[in-house]
Design a protein around this ligand. Sequence first.
Ligand SMILES: C[S@@+](CC[C@H](N)C(=O)[O-])C[C@H]1O[C@@H](n2cnc3c(N)ncnc32)[C@H](O)[C@@H]1O
Length: 257
Amino acid sequence: MSFKPNIRWILFRIWYWYISKTDKNARVLFMNYGYHDKNQQIKIDKDDELNRYSIQLYHHLASEVEIENKSIVEIGCGRGGGLSYISKKFSPSSAVGIDLCHKAISFCKHFYSDRKILFFKGDAQKLFLNNNSCDIVINVESSHRYNDMKAFLREVYRILKPGGYFLFTDFRQSDKIEDLKKHLEISNFEILKERFINNEVIAALELDDPRKRNLVKLLAPKFLQKIALNFAAVKGSDSYNKFISNRFVYFSYVLRK
Ligand SMILES: C[S@@+](CC[C@H](N)C(=O)[O-])C[C@H]1O[C@@H](n2cnc3c(N)ncnc32)[C@H](O)[C@@H]1O
């Protein structure tokens, strides 16, 4: 399958790389849009409060299944904040984070060196893990960057043990949701839960807006600021407006092998 990277894809790669290069003080541990349900405020440690909305995106999925004493793999772990939270809060027997960006993986290896989490550079569409080797796979706001969704789902299915869970959340343009559903239908996974969470994601974007604007000011050079504000989906940006008008649809799935 040939893949032509579009300008948004290239700019995203540059942005992830740039954050990894410039964020020497580890201000960015998460790179997702977040989740907020005002009826389900979770308790988190004081140190994590800054990243509450991104953590809530992980929590709403991770709390769907029993993780304690199970092995978990995160594909597209970014800067590791989500897997670190899961390790701390849900006590898996082992945790492995995989990401395509080698700078993000170097950061994670260094920053979480005191934790029992292993990090590896790897491609979601061609995983190096053995068949039937883990209990839970989690994937958060990463799959929209993959060019071969079928290969990704095939790989997740392959590495999960029978009965293992795939916790999956991300967004798509509204006209691509049917394609995603078709891919899931033919993937052999059993769909236990399907949710469309634009309202919760928009609530998080609005509450987290001042912090994200500050971060962009701090980290991005002038020429990248407009693009970075759009990637961060701050209020009034094109990305934010697409969530408001449902041209972007944010979904979450609990799937079982
Ligand atoms: C928006 S960030 C989300 C990171 C993290 N899940 C979080 O919520 O903070 C998307 C991540 O997916 C990674 N990614 C993109 N394509 C990938 C691929 N083919 N295989 C593995 N990771 C990939 C990027 O490098 C980036 O770290």
